[in-house]
Design a protein around this ligand. Structure first.
Ligand code: GLN
Length: 539
């Protein structure tokens, strides 16, 4: 096989420029030209993974099939490429140091002082090449988290410098993402921050090969020339990344800017076919030309920061486009819902989704929201904690178990309808110990879930410690709840549905993690269909 090519993506000037989206867009274009590509993310923080982080810190924690708790950018990679990622696609400083320290204890460096250079940088380099060694990929794109100049990114930048030197210029390149701000008072775009950020990289010994310039206004030819001259790159290596309506426009923009061509030329790879993007363009067209609109409430406690629900929001975009229906999401703080406010907050919606979450805060509002939509026949979709709340609501208000709860919130309840999974009871460590990753689930005949999926055996990704308490199954079933998805090995309840409701379905797993542009998730598509039907019936 030919040599694997490595592309590193760094960021300068400020964070939040969209390195993840640029990496995913470039990967999409290369994939659409017929290359096998994967993307990995290196995060400079010391946590082993983002699993123990509050969503307010870094947004959602994305979970892969193999049960890795990862950065939300891996979600973008999967949504764009439609290829699963794994633990190997996300490495943190914590993981690097943990490995090196373990090695030290085992005597791997006997006699030597263990240092950032070469031991930490060697381990970074080894990890950067792991996916390349699997033989599955021709091109590996590596996104370096953080911003150039940060103290904590330094070992990564040094590792990239060394790899660039070791591999040579045809096999390893650096794309640097910067900001070209517009100063309204001067009426001008300013290139100085980009120049300074490239200087910073140069100080670390790295000359970027391509500059992707994030901007609110188009870059004139003069500006492009100026950036090229002062940053030592070719004129065609200055790529404009203009703000767009949706992140899914970015691959098309990058195609127009010829980012893929520039990259392939630099690495001396053939262009192969023109990018095959028919499906992508069809998706964009449907997304931008909806035939109807539905209003969906997303009830959660992290709604101030939509990144906390990134995959859910994107799954709605994929499903909405498939249904040619604009999904207007209304973020509703669960703490703002009470018996009195439910009608005013939820009455006009065509469907509500109760989000995943942990802990006590906002739980009563979620339960109250579910009571309202159950009693008013509004389509409901519950995910993880959302399903658990639906069980609690049903127990309290239909089965009249007034103190029903999850033992996560009330350890002493007599009606522990949601209880800690048996295998979790002996675990005391918090990091990486939930029920994580992909598990099978069998769907019941005649269920809405089975119709949506169109097959009886599915696998979905999980992240939880608590489960439906099967002791109560019969009582729930007698009162009209069906358990339509069950794990075949453990009998753990994965899906619940209400028989006498137009659409009431909730899942213990996280369907949002598997929705991609190419394969919108069937349960999101089905939920939007229910919301459309609800809206039409209300007219
Ligand atoms: N806190 C619940 C549990 O651990 C739900 C988790 C979630 O919503 N991801 O089971």
């Amino acid at each position: 096989m030919d040599k694997v090519k490595y592309i590193f993506v760094t960021g300068g000037v400020t964070s939040s420029l969209g390195k993840g989206i640029i990496s995913a867009s470039l990967a999409k274009l290369l994939q659409a030209r017929g290359y096998s590509v994967t993307i990995q993310k290196f995060d400079p923080y010391i946590n082993l993974d983002p699993g123990t982080l509050n969503p307010y810190e870094h947004g959602e924690c994305y979970v892969t099939d193999d049960g890795a708790e990862t950065d939300l950018d891996l979600g973008h990679y999967e949504r764009f490429l439609n290829v699963p990622t794994s633990q190997a696609n996300n490495v943190t400083t914590g993981r690097i140091y943990q490995y090196v320290i373990d090695q030290e204890r085992q005597g791997a460096y006997l006699g030597k002082t263990v240092q950032v250079i070469p031991h930490i940088t060697d381990e970074i380099k080894r990890r950067m090449q792991l996916l390349g060694e699997t033989g599955q990929f021709q091109i590996i794109i590596t996104e370096i988290g953080g911003t150039v100049g940060d103290i904590e990114s330094l070992p990564y930048i040094e590792a990239v410098r060394q790899l660039k030197w070791e591999m040579g210029h045809d096999d390893c390149m650096v794309i640097h993402l910067t900001l070209v701000p517009y100063l309204a008072a001067a009426g001008e775009l300013k290139t100085k921050p980009t120049q300074h950020s490239v200087k910073l990289l140069l100080e670390s010994g790295i000359q970027p090969d391509v500059l992707v310039c994030r901007t609110e206004h188009s870059l004139s030819d003069d500006i492009r020339k100026k950036i090229a001259l002062f940053c030592n790159v070719n004129r065609n290596a200055v790529i404009e990344s203009l703000d767009v309506e949706t992140i899914y426009d970015v691959p098309i923009k990058m195609l127009k800017e010829k980012l893929d061509r520039t990259v392939l030329a630099k690495m001396k790879l053939p262009l192969k076919n023109e990018p095959e993007l028919e499906h992508w363009k069809d998706f964009l067209w449907k997304l931008k030309n909806p035939k109807m609109e539905v209003d969906i409430g997303l009830v959660g406690k992290y709604v101030e920061l939509p990144d906390a629900y990134k995959s859910i929001i994107e799954a709605f975009i994929h499903a909405g486009a498939q249904r040619e229906c604009k999904v207007k999401l209304h973020y509703i703080h669960s703490e703002s819902i009470s018996e009195e406010s439910a009608k005013y907050r939820l009455g006009n919606l065509d469907g509500i989704l109760v989000a995943p979450g942990f802990g006590d805060r906002g739980i009563e509002g979620k339960i109250e929201a579910i009571r309202y939509v159950r009693e008013h026949n509004i389509p409901f979709f519950g995910i993880c904690l959302g399903m658990q709340c639906a069980v609690i609501e049903f127990a309290r208000n239909v089965l009249k178990m007034k103190d029903a709860h999850s033992t996560e919130m009330n350890a002493k309840t007599k009606h522990a309808v949601i209880d800690m999974m048996e295998e979790q009871k002996k675990i005391s460590q918090k990091g990486g110990t939930m029920r994580l990753g992909s598990y099978p689930c069998n769907l019941a005949k005649g269920s809405k879930a089975l119709t949506a999926y169109g097959k009886a055996h599915i696998t979905e990704r999980h992240r939880h410690r608590y489960e439906f308490n099967n002791k109560f199954q019969q009582e729930f079933m007698d009162a009209g709840m069906s358990f339509t998805g069950v794990n075949p090995d453990t009998n753990l309840v994965e899906i619940i549905e209400l028989n006498k409701h137009p659409y009431f379905l909730a899942v213990q797993y996280h369907p949002e993690l598997k929705s991609t542009v190419e394969a919108p998730h069937p349960l999101f598509v089905r939920f939007i269909k229910a919301a459309q039907e609800h809206k039409l019936a209300e007219k």
